[in-house]
Ligand binder design. Structure first.
Ligand code: CP3
Length: 349
């Protein structure tokens, strides 16, 4: 029997090339909504799953074997690079990542070490190499964006208003820039290493940048993101630029860079794409909470997203944020199938 052919519709859509069906994958497609994942988590904590390549591979593959997803995303976490940089943290159940010592002073920032991905995070790169031998769909590597990582370092954990982060930006802009610069350098090195190990696309999660207004984005975030995307262009893989609550920032995010911009459900996909002038591919944007309701509504709203994409090349179907732990696995599976069925079209390659 010959191996199934490699499914490249996700990579083609990243480049806005025509596809036979709209590609689908889901942020957090591996996670607590899966009984298999929950069983593994009874035996291993989250960091052990991330740091043991065989386990990270197993978890990454779960959704790929269970659903018609057109991409795999490496099982890891945006927090991983912080520990070797000198900012240890733990995952607290019901809370999220919690830093041992939040970063507030110039000395704290100066103490951060540059990241050496091969030496510091070998397990991530090994997981990528192992996955590439298994997968018939593209593998997405990822990292947190400098601002989002800085917000964890400064707040010391998850936050709603990001008050301390903003206070640092406004009170000590030079220090804030130095912190963001160090994180930018670390993330560039980390993502380049992931691409060298075999990641076929890279997603940059600036999950919390939507707390900023456009003028603060321009002052504090844009220069670092521009540099990050410029340096990663040489990696030769599509770059996905994602954030939550970023309706007012989309043109600036596009200016920063990325072949694909990820949007959440707070904006219409059509509105967002128009604002982007159709010059980049778009990823999104169903509200993950819809999947907690009846199938009929999921279907209706998913078809609405497809209508808004209007068959243009360059739409990657996804949720607007990660799959919620309460999601019925079968609803997610049906959604992936629905997108494929309703977008089937002839292509001339
Ligand atoms: O399937 C995938 O998407 C890949 C795995 C992945 C994880 N984290 C594993 C994880 C990815 C891509 C991430 C990225 C991540 N991590 C982000 C950016 C994406 C986003 O959600 O905006 C952020 C902000 C983090 C930081 C983080 N990690 C938080 C806030 C939490 C706790 C919140 C929660 O969902 O419980 C984590 C823990 C975490 N990382 C889990 C998973 C599957 C939770 C599951 C567990 O405890 O086993």
């Amino acid at each position: 029997m010959s191996a199934p052919p490699f499914n490249d519709r996700f990579l083609r859509a990243c480049r806005r090339q025509p596809v036979d069906r709209t590609p689908v994958w889901f942020m957090r497609q591996a996670g607590r909504y899966q009984p298999e994942y929950r069983r593994l988590r009874e035996r291993y904590d989250l960091l052990t799953l991330c740091k043991t390549p065989e386990l990270a591979v197993q978890v990454t593959l779960l959704p790929v074997y269970q659903m018609e997803v057109d991409a795999a995303i490496l099982f890891a976490d945006i927090m991983l690079p912080l520990e070797p940089m000198g900012a240890p943290f733990r995952f607290e159940a019901g809370v999220g990542p919690v830093l041992e010592r939040p970063i507030r002073s110039a000395e704290d920032v100066e103490r951060l070490r540059p990241l050496e991905p091969e030496a510091d995070l070998p397990f991530v790169l090994e997981a990528i190499r192992l996955l590439r031998r298994e997968l018939q769909v593209p593998l997405i590597g990822f990292a947190g964006a400098p601002f989002t990582l800085a917000s964890y370092l400064i707040e010391g954990g998850p936050s709603r208003a990001f008050t301390q982060t903003k206070a640092l930006l406004y009170r000590e802009p030079a220090l804030a820039h130095r912190l963001l610069e160090r994180l930018t350098e670390a993330i560039i090195a980390y993502l380049k290493a992931q691409a060298r190990a075999g990641a076929q696309a890279l997603q940059i999660f600036d999950s919390w940048v939507g707390c900023l207004g456009p003028s603060d984005y321009r002052t504090f975030v844009l220069p670092h993101m521009r540099r990050l995307f410029a340096e990663l262009r040489g990696a030769g893989v599509p770059l996905i630029h994602f954030g939550v609550n970023t309706g007012g920032l989309l043109p600036l995010m596009q200016e920063a860079g990325g072949d694909v911009i990820g949007v959440d459900w707070r904006v219409g996909l059509d509105w967002a794409w128009e604002r982007l002038g159709y010059r980049t591919a778009i990823q999104g944007n169903l509200d993950p909470a819809l999947l907690l309701g009846p199938w009929e509504r999921v279907e209706q709203r998913a078809l609405e997203v497809l209508d808004q994409a209007d068959g243009r090349p360059g739409h990657i179907f996804n949720l607007g944020h990660g799959v919620l732990p309460q999601t019925p696995p079968d609803t997610l599976r049906r959604l992936a199938t629905l997108i494929h069925e309703r977008t089937e079209r002839p292509t001339t390659r």
